[in-house]
Design a protein around this ligand. Structure first.
Ligand code: PEP
Ligand code: MG
Length: 579
């Protein structure tokens, strides 16, 4: 058994499909001068086949999930059409008489090393795309079926070194039983998306495997505990097959709670809204009984295409979301680009610390043209539902005022142009930077609501990179500093009388429920898969008990003590007879 990090609940049992890893070696193969023309023809044929394969995958995905999700493939085709890339390969064949596949590998290695050296998250993402395309081209040049993407409809467990949000977007969820990554951590956006799709995910297996996983190996993946079994014996398979069916049964049983109001036994309510990044995820969350959207991560609209979305394109998506919600609230977060979320078509500056850098509201306030376009689209969509706007990564009062000034300018423009919209929509902020916690009382006077983004707040409070699996044991949501921060924010919001919700991943952790109920938070915004498990827990949890356990937590000196309290509380609530 291999113990790695559990990142998305559920059990998968199936054959591995190992996404080709660029690190594999090719024998040095030379060609005869007389065969140069033939070698070029092999290369062009490989490129033709790769392009038509990509085009086919793109059109399949267009049909399955929509053009927006599939447009990553345009970037892949563009690489195959890029003269710099193709010249490099042709040059190696022509000058060094190397076989086409060796030339492709060398060219890709060259570009990938160059991009990796730049220490820039955007370029690293591009390196992933180049490897992807390169592997596909190699597959066609070598004619090795074992590295081809499974083309039949046999579901598989995907094994991949690292997983980017854009890679995940172009997987067909129905074919992916589970995912194992070598590096990465549970609060990365790829992990958040896997949870939204309900795909079991284990991360950070690097250095823990005795032998590399090969395509075709049988795997058991337990995304809850982070355990991984390679070529398990029949008795382990039986045990996990049992756990898997109990997990699925439990998930099915929870569906009976969809229409049940989210109320504690002593009559307190906590709205259960959802986090979405696309209309598809909105549909999935409505299917789980979401009472609104507490966080629409709009950056995914900007990703996987080759230009900034126009006002009209954004308006259509926001309006569709508002209409689907039929009057339930829709909180649209303005672009939170940067960090691990990059755009194919916009080169971010190279930064040593991208999570602390040019991102989110900082980017929007620097590019007010793009920001205003988004705000206009949001204001227009607000005519179709209860649409609210939220700014990410706010660290000062000045930023709120500056953002609101652009909102006001967008509203005035629409008014002058006679374009239908709704003015005066509530504008709130994410509380995800310790500075915002420290001045929560001041910020509360400037905004309509707070939404606590625990993913970033924990990483910044504890100085623990949320993407780094080596220190993921230090990423401790139950750290006393985090609990105190949460209490401070809620107190500031309550004193000013503004609503406060939680939209980080901690909101979906059932162990944290007594914190929210104890603090008197109004709303949680969760990934679709977390809504019903949290509701089930809430139906058995007395709010008054939460207040006393929270008081105890606030007196604790260590994270271990707080966690123990949370675990005991949860166990006793769930075992309560008649709950
Ligand atoms: C957060 O930081 O908690 C959050 C919800 O935003 P994101 O995960 O998109 O950074
Ligand atoms: Mg955040």
């Amino acid at each position: 058994m291999i113990q790695a990090l559990g990142a998305s609940n559920g059990i998968a049992i199936g054959k591995a499909f190992v996404l080709p890893n660029w690190e594999w070696e090719l024998p040095e193969k030379k060609i005869d001068v007389a065969d140069l023309a033939k070698e070029f023809e092999r290369l062009y044929e490989g490129v033709r086949r790769s392009k038509s394969e990509i085009a086919r995958m793109k059109s399949e995905l267009d049909e399955a999930v929509g053009v927006q999700e599939s447009s990553i493939f345009d970037a892949h085709i563009a690489i195959l059409e890029d003269p710099v890339f193709m010249n490099e390969i042709q040059g190696i064949i022509q000058r060094q008489y190397k076989a086409a596949e060796v030339a492709v590998k060398e060219a890709i290695d060259h570009f990938v090393t160059m991009f990796d050296l730049l220490d820039d998250e955007y370029m690293k993402e591009r390196a992933v795309d180049i490897k992807d395309v390169g592997n596909r081209l190699l597959k066609h040049l070598l004619g090795v079926p074992e590295i081809s993407l499974p083309e039949d409809t046999q579901p598989f467990v995907l094994v991949v070194r690292e997983l980017s949000p854009s890679q995940l977007i172009h997987l067909r969820p129905e074919l992916v039983l589970g995912i194992v990554t070598m590096v990465g951590s549970p609060t990365s956006h790829a992990a958040i998306m896997a949870r939204a799709f309900g795909i079991p995910l284990v991360m950070g297996a690097e250095g823990k495997l005795e032998a590399p996983i090969a395509t075709g190996d049988l795997l058991i993946v337990d995304g809850g505990t982070g355990q991984l079994f390679l070529d398990p014996d029949p008795s382990t398979i039986e045990v996990y097959a049992g756990r898997r069916s109990r997990h699925l049964e439990q998930r099915e049983k929870l569906r009976s709670l969809i229409a049940v109001p989210s109320l504690t036994p002593d009559g307190f309510t906590l709205q259960l809204a959802s986090n979405i990044s696309s209309i598809k995820e909105l549909e999935a969350s409505l299917d789980c009984g979401a009472e609104g959207v507490g966080l629409f991560r709009t950056e995914f609209l900007y990703m996987d295409r080759n230009h900034f979305p126009s006002e009209e394109e954004q308006f259509e998506v926001y309006r569709a979301a508002a209409e689907k919600l039929q009057g339930k609230p829709l909180i649209i977060r303005t672009l939170d680009i940067g960090g691990d979320k990059q755009l194919d078509y916009y080169e971010m500056p190279a930064e040593d610390n991208p999570f602390l850098g040019y991102r989110a509201i900082r980017f929007s306030l620097d590019r007010k043209d793009l920001f205003k376009t988004q705000l206009r689209a949001i204001l227009r969509a607000a005519a179709y539902g209860d649409v609210q706007v939220m700014y990410p990564l706010i660290a000062s009062v000045e930023e709120v005022r500056e953002a609101n000034a652009v909102l006001d300018q967008a509203r005035r423009e629409l008014e002058e142009q006679g374009i239908p919209h709704r003015s005066g929509i509530p504008a709130g902020i994410m509380i995800e930077v310790p500075a915002a916690v420290a001045i929560a009382d001041l910020l509360a006077e400037e905004v309509a609501f707070f939404s606590i983004g625990t993913n970033d707040l924990i990483q910044f409070t504890l100085a623990v990179d949320r993407m780094n699996e080596k220190i993921s044991h230090l990423y401790e949501p139950f750290h006393p500093a985090v609990i105190r921060m949460l209490a401070n924010v809620v107190e500031a919001a309550k004193r000013r009388g503004i609503p406060v919700s939680v939209c980080g991943e901690l909101a979906g952790d059932v162990l944290a429920l007594p914190i929210w109920l104890g603090l008197g938070i109004e709303e949680l915004s969760l990934s679709a898969q977390a809504i019903l498990p949290v509701k089930e827990c809430m139906l058995r949890t007395r709010s008054t008990d939460c207040r006393s356990v929270l008081e105890e937590m606030l007196r604790c000196r260590t994270a271990a003590d707080i966690r123990r309290l949370a675990e005991n509380f949860h166990a006793s609530a769930m075992s309560c007879a008649g709950g």
